[in-house]
Design a protein around this ligand. Structure first.
Ligand SMILES: *Cc1c(COP(=O)(O)O)cnc(C)c1O
Length: 392
């Protein structure tokens, strides 16, 4: 629970009110952007009294009302959470959360469908610290992997690029019984569609760069911790000198206020486009958590409050040039990394180099789509013209 708000406020109201303490906003609707490194104290005693005190100005790296407001607003979306820390990117949030947990000799379980830079961190950095990463099938049974050397389980549901759903509450309950720590990359759903702490996760991680910011103009990461994980998160964040830039915190907080309405529109348009694509002869499969073709779809129906706007399609063609013709000519879809902004995106997906624990037997090539806030009928018309370009 947040430090200030009562637990009976619904999420949409929480989005509007979170973090808006009068002492931080000084009566404005939004907290001002504080640019600060040095904080000046009235006296030696005043300086000493500021050390280690939450929400007391001490040094720029420890935050200002701009960053505290965003942290508090994010914590308020996760009933049961102890607090949130901010990071300069989603990947920095993931890396620091992992470093808060593992030590040499530990084993870490990571889903094969994990965001590729998370995998690179495990393989490049954790491996060098004698932390062994074991990649697991996100749809498989992990009981056989849970020996006493396993310190933590990383989860990402749905998985990057191919959208497999995981039994997050089930895995977290099993982990808790064994004293194993859980970390979830919750970027696709955000706490609005999947309140992770309440479902048993210890470290709930967001690339706020995506839907929370929502306008493709800032990088930001966050980790929200359950009470048992809060000290470790604070320690690691401090030790690594992690902090967020004030302008980016401001933009992210501004984006957060409209997350509810944006996500509902992303969901509605995404589903309309996904259902249309599922009926197209050029498309072999649509990998969207709300569509039954997606592995683990029943878990989405059980655990999630809705869908966001990111999904993938498997084309029937295996011709790379045909896929490029489809994507290159799209008028309303940009070609680019990241997602979660107001604009639609299309990206070719090539899995061969990324996965090691699972094997896919896809009919053809994959394209990931982010459905933005444009009129979905314009997007469908655009995609129809694109699919027509696939035939040679
Ligand atoms: C983009 C992304 C990240 C990383 O976020 P950045 O802010 O780009 O570092 C982490 N996880 C997932 C699932 C992502 O899509």
């Amino acid at each position: 629970m947040s430090e200030e708000e009562s637990p009976d406020i619904r999420p949409d109201t929480q989005l509007v009110s979170g973090g808006r303490r009068k002492e931080w906003t000084a009566g404005l609707v939004n907290p001002p952007v504080h640019h600060a490194s040095t904080i000046l104290f009235d006296s030696v005693a005043d300086m000493r009294a500021s050390i280690g005190q939450p929400h007391r100005l001490h040094y720029g790296r420890q935050g200002t009302p701009t960053t505290w407001a965003l942290e508090e607003a994010l914590t308020a979306l996760e009933p049961g959470a102890a607090g949130t820390r901010l990071f300069p990117s989603g990947l920095a949030a993931i890396a620091t959360a992992l470093m808060a947990v593992v030590k040499p000799g530990d084993r870490l379980l990571v889903p094969d469908t994990v965001y590729a830079p998370t995998r690179a961190f495990c393989d490049d950095v954790l491996a060098g610290l004698s932390v062994e990463t074991i990649y697991y099938d996100p749809c498989g049974d992990i009981d056989a992997l849970l020996d006493p050397s396993v310190r933590a389980i990383f989860l990402e549901s749905p998985g990057s690029l191919t959208m497999e759903l995981q039994d997050v509450p089930g895995i977290c309950a099993r982990a808790k019984a064994l004293g194993v720590v859980t970390l979830l990359d919750n970027t696709w759903a955000t706490p609005l569609l999947f309140p992770a702490i309440g479902r048993g996760v210890d470290f709930a991680i967001l690339a706020c760069t995506k839907y929370i910011c929502g306008h493709s103009d800032a990088m930001m990461g966050s980790v929200t911790a359950a009470p048992a994980a809060w000290n470790a998160l604070q320690r690691a964040t401090r030790a690594f000198g992690q902090c967020a830039a004030p302008d980016d915190a401001y933009l992210t907080l501004r984006g957060l206020r409209t997350l509810g309405v944006r996500l509902r529109r992303h969901e509605e348009s995404g589903l309309k486009v996904a259902h249309w694509l599922a009926d197209r002869p050029e498309v072999a499969r649509v990998l969207h958590p709300a569509l039954p073709d997606t592995p683990g779809h029943a878990l989405w129906a059980r655990d999630f409050k809705g869908a966001s706007g990111l999904f993938s399609i498997v084309l029937k063609t295996s011709d790379d040039a045909a896929r490029a013709r489809f994507i290159d000519g799209l008028r309303h879809f940009g070609i680019g990394f990241s997602w979660g902004g107001y604009e639609s995106l299309a990206l070719p997906v090539d899995l061969d180099r990324i996965r090691t624990a699972t094997r896919r037997a896809d009919e053809g090539l994959i394209v990931r789509l982010h459905i933005g806030l444009e009129d979905p009928d314009d997007l469908i018309a655009d995609l129809a013209r694109g699919l027509a370009r696939i035939a040679p």
